[in-house]
Design a protein. Structure first.
Length: 215
C-alpha cells in the first residue's frame, strides 16, 4: 500500500523535527534557563513574550532566512559560515552545531549514507531540499519545532503546567506563519538580530553555577 508522495515527504519532515528525533534538543534552553533564574521570565505571558521576541527578532528569524536561502539553492557552506558568525555566544554556537551534527548523524544512520554536518537550520534545509514541499511549510514547521522545544524547557524549569505551555505554543502560531511567509522572499541582507537581552542571557548562562540545560 502506497501513500501520496507529498504526504510521505511531509511525514519525513515532521519526523525530523519531532522531539523523538535524536538531536538532543531537550538539553538546550537557548538561554531561557538564565532568563527564568533571574526573574525575566516567570509566568505564562512572560514566556510567550520572550519566545515571540526570539522568533521575530532573534535566532528564530535568522534561522528562517538561512533556511529560505538554502532551499533556493544557495551554497550550504557559505550559509553555514554565516550561521556560525550569527551565533552571539559560545553556547549559541555549540547549540546549533551540536544539534546539526546530531541531526546529520541520525539521518546518516537511517539511510546508511554519509551526511555532512551543518548548523541545525541548514542541516534541516539540506534534508528538506529533496522533499519537494512548499518552502513556507518547511520554514513554518522548523520554527514551530524551535518554539516547541523552548516551551518544553519552560514547562520543565519554571515550572509551568502542561496546559499553560500548550497555550503559549498555540499563541505563537500566527507569528510563526507570518515569519515563514516573510522569510520566503528574504535574502542574506535581511539577516539581523535585536534580541539583545536574550543574547546577554545566553552569555550569562555560560557561567551559571548550577544548571540543568547545556545552553
Amino acid at each position: 500500500m502506497s501513500i501520496p508522495e507529498q504526504t510521505a515527504a511531509l511525514m519525513s519532515l515532521v519526523q525530523w523535527l519531532s522531539p523523538a528525533f535524536p538531536t538532543g534538543a531537550f538539553a538546550y534552553s537557548h538561554g531561557l534557563e538564565q532568563a527564568v533564574s533571574v526573574g525575566d521570565v516567570g509566568d505564562e505571558q512572560a514566556l510567550e513574550d520572550w519566545l515571540s521576541d526570539i522568533l521575530a527578532h532573534g535566532a528564530g528569524w535568522n534561522d528562517a532566512v538561512l533556511i529560505a536561502c538554502a532551499l533556493r539553492g544557495e551554497s550550504l557552506d557559505e550559509l553555514a559560515d554565516l550561521a556560525r558568525a550569527l551565533a552571539g555566544s559560545a553556547e549559541r554556537l555549540r547549540e546549533t552545531e551540536e544539534q546539526g551534527a546530531a541531526f546529520a548523524r541520525a539521518r546518516g544512520e537511517m539511510t546508511d549514507a554519509r551526511v555532512e554536518p551543518f548548523p541545525l537550520p541548514l542541516a534541516v534545509a539540506q534534508a528538506a531540499r529533496g522533499l519537494e514541499l512548499p518552502d513556507m511549510q518547511v520554514i513554518a514547521l522548523y520554527l514551530h519545532s524551535f518554539a516547541a522545544n523552548l516551551v518544553s524547557a519552560g514547562v520543565r524549569f519554571m515550572p509551568l503546567g502542561q496546559a499553560a505551555g500548550q497555550r503559549v505554543l498555540a499563541a505563537l502560531h500566527p507569528l510563526i506563519g507570518i515569519l515563514a511567509e516573510r522569510a520566503l522572499d528574504a535574502t542574506r541582507a535581511d539577516l539581523a538580530t535585536s534580541a539583545f537581552r536574550a543574547d546577554l542571557g545566553a552569555m550569562a548562562h555560560e557561567v551559571m553555577d548550577v544548571r540543568i540545560f547545556k545552553t
